[in-house]
Design a protein around this ligand. Structure first.
Ligand SMILES: Nc1nc2c(ncn2[C@@H]2O[C@H](COP(=O)(O)OP(=O)(O)O)[C@@H](O)[C@H]2O)c(=O)[nH]1
Ligand SMILES: [Mg+2]
Length: 451
């Protein structure tokens, strides 16, 4: 993919599957002229105004292909900043395939992944963190992840980075004065505003710290439910899913394979895994199930380990807990607290009843905290999701730390300005003010085609 080109491109923006409607997007210099022979003779796309919609039959040569709506966009008031259109056609695979091949013969090149958004960035329609947010909102799996991505799309991160960058650029200008007129300091007082620098550092560091939570809301976590046979794993699985998925039975060893389903807990996409119960077994099928349970427990992000409170903790529980606890965070739950024969939950266990649902909120809160590595941040705080952004933020903060240390040692202004320049470069790369074609190509390659 060439990142400077504005040649006409086309791509399907909706899934290649049968649906009521599909949207095909075209963009690039001359794209409206290229549409002219495809729309019949009733109107001329090349002379249509921007933000107008036209109903027509698209033709392949003389043969009609589909009746469609064409939304026309004019540069620069379009998503990409170029002339372009969105074609709303019927969502059948034959229609989609035929229209794409017609457009291809008509002079449009198939777009690469993220190419529309890449052009939007290159044409100044959005900053790089917003371009990344476009992909994040497309990939969001919970309502919370959607909200966080939308805030980034609106510029939540862009704004913070720009503010820090502006104040550091002022600082750099002050330093430059010191370099050019070294005697100025005595007369003008210190030109280095350390308070402003620290404030910028704080703001950037808090974005770095938000990365883990940002990732968790976007990527989600795998949570394995484990424990002895009949402790209530499958019933808890169904309770957390709010749906009867797993077979619940008082026959020991009912669940043999593991089952999984995705649920949103506190806005985090959680892949919940119900496993075969742990107990010594001579049944080869059950033993295989138990072997898989151990694998799932070791590879999960979090293990919820259940103990049947009417039976208490066994030796098997003790060794399984020790094994899992050395690898992943374990939340211990004491189940069946609704039964009269249930013993009080020991220290360190969350008391729950998979039957009545009591203790569910506390268990869900503990799962979220374990996933986020602490209590969730205030929902108005922007969270960084991109590892590219995080790495650059870390670089910017490290440069500021070097600056402060060097300043404390009385280092000369021209040397100090090197650290500041490094910080400003890193911040410039975050929003894309400073960037290379190679970085852009790598970033947009992760997008879907049509975005
Ligand atoms: N009273 C009560 N019964 C439960 C509770 N949790 C599970 N059970 C029962 O315990 C038995 C085993 O449950 P199940 O979920 O299949 O256990 P698993 O082997 O760990 O998956 C079933 O009869 C469930 O109805 C609970 O919290 N309270
Ligand atoms: Mg089960």
């Amino acid at each position: 993919m060439s990142s400077s080109a504005d040649d006409p491109i086309a791509a399907l923006a909706t899934p290649a599957a049968s649906s009521a409607l599909a949207v095909i997007r075209v963009s690039g210099a001359g794209s409206l002229e290229l549409l002219r022979p495809l729309v019949g003779s009733r109107w001329d796309p090349a002379s249509a105004a921007g933000h107008t919609i036209h109903r027509c039959v698209l033709v392949d040569g003389k043969e009609p292909v589909d009746e469609v709506l064409v939304a026309v966009y004019r540069s620069p008031r379009s998503y990409t900043g170029e002339d372009g259109a969105e074609i709303f056609c019927h969502g059948s695979l034959p229609v989609i395939t035929r229209l794409l091949s017609t457009l291809g013969r008509g002079g449009f090149r198939p777009a690469g992944p993220g190419e529309f958004t890449q052009r939007a960035f290159l044409n100044g329609r959005m900053g790089l963190t917003q371009a990344e947010a476009v992909n994040e909102i497309v990939q969001a799996r919970t309502d919370r992840a959607r909200g966080l991505a939308l805030a980034r799309l609106a510029g939540a991160i862009e704004d913070r980075v720009r503010r820090a960058r502006d104040s550091l650029a002022d600082l750099k200008a002050g330093l430059e004065v010191l370099i050019d007129y070294p005697d100025e300091e005595q007369e003008a007082g210190p030109l280095i505003d350390l308070a402003g620098l620290r404030e910028a550092r704080e703001a950037l560091q808090s974005l770095v710290a938000s990365y883990r939570q940002g990732r968790v809301f976007q990527e989600g976590v795998a949570v394995a439910l484990a424990g002895a046979t009949n402790c209530g794993k499958s019933r808890l699985f169904n309770l957390l899913l709010r749906q009867d998925r797993a077979i619940v039975s008082d026959t020991h060893g009912t669940t043999r394979d593991w089952l999984e389903a995705t649920v949103s807990l506190g806005g985090i996409p959680v892949r919940l895994i119900d496993t075969a119960g742990l107990r010594p077994s001579t049944d080869p099928l059950e033993s295989e199930g138990i072997r898989r349970t151990r694998e799932v427990m070791a590879s999960a992000d979090i293990v919820v380990y259940l103990v049947d409170g009417t039976r208490g903790e066994s030796g098997t529980d003790g060794s399984a807990l020790a094994e899992a606890g050395s690898a992943v965070p374990v939340i211990k739950a004491w189940n069946k607290t609704d039964l009269a024969g249930c013993r009080p939950a020991p220290e360190g266990f969350v008391a729950i009843s998979a039957a009545t649902g009591s203790g569910r909120e506390e268990l869900e809160r503990r799962i979220c905290e374990a996933a986020l590595g602490g209590p969730p941040k205030d929902s108005t705080e922007p969270l960084v999701d991109s590892d590219r952004q995080r790495d650059l933020l870390v670089r910017a903060v490290a440069a500021l730390d070097r600056f402060e240390a060097a300043h404390a040692q009385g280092t000369a202004a021209d040397l100090l300005s090197v650290d500041l320049a490094d910080c400003l470069d890193a911040l410039g790369e975050i929003s894309g003010a400073v960037t290379s074609a190679e970085i852009l190509d790598r970033m947009f390659a992760r997008f879907c085609v049509g975005k």
